[in-house]
Design a binder for this molecule. Structure first.
Ligand code: SAM
Length: 297
């Protein structure tokens, strides 16, 4: 009998965001197909799961899809996960699901985290109807053409965004769509989670002066927007770079390690980035804090 292909959503930051069913399935399957085996190994280790893994990423997904479908046909149960969130959503997996369906193999999706729904429900923009359009194109003309496609849509628009491109995207969105309400949802479920709400002109203005860092989702109000609750720019604040008060960087690094399952190196990198300092400066600050604590009676 053929096995089942499980599509398993995993956390987008906070390691606690994984369902009981996802953990059970990850424990029970024969094989886990994942984008980055090191990253998935960390997630599994944090839940005491040890399982054979096979890489499945954008560069090998076509050949791997056939290979994995052969294993499924031979009776193996396989879970597909991506680095974060729901597989297939701007992530690999489509070829495998298509191949499985072609071969009459059962595909079982497990609901769980995705940056889309997390950003949408916290944004304050209408959530009943929305259009998710993945990443905007990198080239300006293509990006503007894509935005024009959505100009008439009467739904909240959602785009994944990269920190090095958000400034240009905001400017183009303002030109093409007009000065609508918009939200940048940053670092969702992580220590510096932040919803920056305002008009596109305000967000674009802010992005000119401040480098917006971290993972982010851009949400834009529908063409007809009669649910206005936030006329002026505001940030939920939790996420502004933490002030470098003595004694705080060590705690911050420890919290990021705990919340996001990162090792010390990864946590230092993240904290350093959020404070606008280098990793070695962060490391020296942590050492200084530890030395200070050791000196105290
Ligand atoms: N499959 C994932 C999902 O279901 O959300 C999305 C993968 S896509 C390659 C990665 C993009 O998702 C990031 O560039 C960012 O736009 C968004 N994203 C992922 N995690 C995020 C987070 N914690 N906060 C904000 N945006 C996030």
């Amino acid at each position: 009998m053929a096995g089942t292909l499980y599509l398993v959503a995993t956390p987008i930051g906070n390691l606690e965001d994984i369902t009981l069913r996802a953990l059970r399935v990850l424990r029970e399957v024969d094989l886990i197909a994942c984008e980055d085996t090191r990253r998935t190994r960390k997630l599994l280790a944090s839940h005491n799961i040890s399982k054979p893994m096979i890489s499945y990423h954008e560069h090998n997904e076509r050949e791997r899809a056939r290979e994995l479908a052969d294993k499924l046909e031979a009776g193996a149960n396989i879970a597909l996960v991506s680095d974060a969130g729901t597989p297939l959503v701007s992530d690999p997996g489509f070829h495998l699901v298509k191949e499985a369906i072609l071969r009459d193999i059962t595909v079982t999706p497990l609901p769980g985290p995705s940056a889309i729904t997390t950003a949408l429900v916290g944004s304050g923009l209408p959530a009943g109807e929305f259009t998710f359009a993945g990443f905007l194109p990198a080239r300006r003309s293509a990006r503007r053409a894509r935005l024009r496609e959505f100009a008439e849509a009467n739904q909240t628009l959602i785009f994944y965004e990269a920190p090095h491109r958000v400034r240009e995207s905001l400017r183009d969105a303002l030109d093409v769509l007009g000065d609508r309400r918009a939200v940048i949802a940053r670092e969702l479920t992580k220590l510096h989670e932040d919803f920056i709400r305002g008009r596109l002109s305000e967000l674009a203005g802010r992005a000119e002066h401040v480098t917006l860092k971290g993972e982010m989702v851009l949400l834009i109000a529908p063409a007809v927007d009669d649910n206005q609750i936030r006329p002026v720019l505001e940030s939920t604040g939790a996420s502004e770079p933490a002030p470098q008060t003595p004694g705080s960087i060590l705690k911050e690094v420890e919290q990021v390690m705990r919340d996001e399952g990162l090792d010390q190196k990864g946590a230092l990198k993240r904290v350093a980035r959020s404070r606008g300092i280098t990793r070695s400066e962060a490391y020296r600050a942590v050492l200084a804090e530890k030395a200070e604590a050791a000196r105290k009676p």
